[in-house]
Design a binder for this molecule. Structure first.
Ligand SMILES: O=C1O[C@H](COP(=O)(O)O)[C@@H](O)[C@H](O)[C@H]1O
Length: 225
């Protein structure tokens, strides 16, 4: 870290980047390519910056997303844009980023092409870095989504999602595909999310708080105030 007085969130992001880099190195010692699945939203930005600076065999690493809004890749709320601007930089620019959207008008129309696109990646992923919303959603597994049941149960890799609480349609990796990863990490910050996680740990209804689907993976939790 270059900053002499890093914030707790910056320290957390750096520790997480070190752990993910180590996981990728370990897997790349025994296979030709490795896959990293990251989340969008606001939390991962300092993690992306820290990971992008790591010395890794980036040309052998693929990066994709746990979920995406069905928006243009240059839209402000595109997770792909976030990844391109903050992770695919410096040494990490030599990695291959595989987005989850197509030119199709809807995720339902594009889901098959996305599934074909990601089929060639080096599954199972070395690590999945999950985020979590205040409603307990992770990836685009939302408690109020009408496709939640499908996303939790299908063996398909991706699911198109419509969620009343969200302005855009989305596409998400299915729980099955996320579960298959070698390592599962939850990256969250702030007191509110700590409370949501505590609530999730105290119960077992996955439909109420979908993050519960991953608590027993096991899920390494990186949290800072
Ligand atoms: O909608 C999303 O939100 C969650 C959490 O986002 P944050 O802004 O609270 O960090 C994220 O994990 C997910 O990938 C994203 O699409």
């Amino acid at each position: 870290m270059s900053d002499a007085n890093p914030t707790p969130r910056e320290c957390l992001a750096h520790q997480l980047a070190e752990a993910v880099a180590e996981a990728l190195r370990t897997d790349l010692a025994e296979r030709e390519r490795a896959l990293l699945v990251v989340s969008g939203g606001s939390t991962p930005v300092p993690f992306f910056t820290a990971l992008a600076a790591m010395e890794l065999p980036w040309p052998r690493i693929d990066v994709t997303l746990a979920d995406e809004r069905w928006v243009a890749e240059d839209a402000d709320d595109s997770n792909a844009r976030l990844v391109r601007e903050h992770l695919m930089q410096g040494p990490a620019a030599a990695a291959t980023f595989v987005p989850l959207t197509t030119e199709d008008a809807t995720p339902e129309q594009g889901a098959e092409a996305v599934a074909e696109r990601i089929a060639g990646l080096a599954w199972p992923a070395s690590a999945v870095i999950l985020g979590m919303g205040g409603d307990g959603h992770t990836a685009s597994l939302f408690p109020d989504s009408r496709e939640l049941e499908l996303a939790l149960s299908t063996a398909e890799p991706v699911v198109a999602v419509r969620t009343p609480s969200q302005p855009q349609p989305r596409i998400t990796l299915s729980a099955d595909r996320l579960h298959q990863a070698r390592r599962h990490i939850l990256h969250i910050t702030g007191g509110d999310k700590r409370s949501v996680l505590a609530r999730a740990l105290a119960g077992d209804d996955v439909r109420e708080l979908p993050i519960r689907a991953f608590l027993a993976c096991p899920l390494a939790t990186y949290w800072a105030p």
